[in-house]
Design a protein around this ligand. Structure first.
Ligand SMILES: [Zn+2]
Length: 350
């Protein structure tokens, strides 16, 4: 409503200016000198209104769902809106790390918004209220910006935004040791055990998607089992130490992750298995009808097979047909249809 009023005022001003401009054309030089203060005042008024209109135009919050790797006019609009409420980012039309940071920080400051770093309808409606009410935010209050990359003692990059739904977590990019998602829930799916263990959990967005995935499998007569989801930094530390003791460090590093390097800590991952492989996490799962169904349908629910066959050089992991990672439908489809990895998705041109 406010915007409409501003538009009307602007249109009226233009009409008035046009009328006064016309009368000026017909008036003589004396007449113009008689009103030396009127014209500059009107011009000033005109400029102010123009700027206001320009601002209003620029501050339309886009409708489109946007995420890392999105580009174009909608991303520009979003960036302008974020700048307007106080985020010190650049308008470049690319949904980059800085934009992801701003969106994540904004989401973290609103309990009703899951912090995922993607621009969705829920985030749009809250952001719109800020713009309408001309409110601003304390940028970085929930997620401090990272100006310089931070590294572990071993030289691994520590992710500045562990909440990011599209974060690349691997042997070079690690989660902070103190990162624990605050929206972990137990998905309502089939497990091969009954104990109430933390590894049943996933972040809400991934748990919801997993429920849909399992329900669709059931419909097709495919019985999937969820074996292992969330794992804390400390649990991973113990697990890796045990594997090293059993198989040696080099071997352990091929099938397991050092603490911080495991996607399981993100809460966006679940290891899936079936009765045919005795609920184990084994390469043979990929050959079962359950494994094949998972390969074919995971992307429809926003999941990818994170460590595909033949991509060991890129992922640094052996083929794991059981390990699915939630990235959202858009990225999942692009990754699975093109038979690429999350790493390649972000290193390739659109
Ligand atoms: Zn796994």
């Amino acid at each position: 409503m406010v915007h409409f009023k501003k538009n009307i005022i602007f249109v009226l001003t233009i009409v008035l200016l046009a009328i006064s401009g016309c009368s000026n054309d017909h008036s003589d030089s004396n007449n113009q000198q008689e009103n030396p203060t009127t014209n500059p005042a009107l011009e000033e008024n005109e400029n102010t209104e123009k700027e206001t209109l320009e601002e209003v135009k620029e501050l339309i919050v886009p409708d489109q769902e946007l995420e890392k790797k999105s580009e174009g006019r909608d991303v520009e609009l979003l960036q302008k809106a974020l700048i307007r409420i106080g985020y010190p980012i650049t308008v470049n039309g690319i949904y980059d790390e800085a934009t992801t940071w701003a969106i994540t920080d904004f989401q973290l400051q609103h309990d009703e918004l899951p912090a995922l770093g993607v621009f969705n309808k829920e985030t749009k409606s809250v952001l719109e209220k800020y713009i309408e009410n001309e409110e601003s935010i304390q940028a970085g209050k929930a997620l401090p910006p990272v100006d310089e990359p931070v590294f572990t003692n071993e030289g691994k990059h520590i992710l500045g935004n562990p909440y990011d739904q599209l974060a690349i977590i691997n042997k070079e990019n690690t989660l902070p040791s103190d990162y624990e998602p605050d929206d972990l829930v137990v998905p309502d799916v089939r497990f091969p055990f009954t104990e109430d263990l933390p590894k049943k959990k996933m972040r809400k967005v991934a748990a919801d998607a997993l429920e849909k995935l399992f329900a669709a499998a059931d419909k097709d007569g495919i019985k999937l089992y969820a074996q292992s989801g969330y794992r804390s930094y400390e649990t991973q530390e113990t697990l890796f130490a045990n594997y090293v003791q059993r198989d040696g460090e080099e071997a352990a590093n091929k099938y397991s992750a050092r603490p911080g390097e495991s996607e399981h800590q993100s809460g966006l991952t679940m290891d899936v298995t079936s009765e045919a492989v005795n609920y184990e996490l084994t390469v043979e799962f990929g050959e079962t009808k359950e494994g094949k169904w998972l390969q074919e349908h995971a992307a429809d629910y926003g999941f990818i097979i994170r460590y595909p066959k033949g991509k060991e050089e890129i992922t640094k992991y052996q083929y794991e047909p059981w390990h699915i990672r939630y990235v959202g439908k858009k990225a999942a489809k692009a990754i699975m249809e093109n038979n690429i990895t999350l790493e390649e998705y972000f290193s390739q041109e659109q």
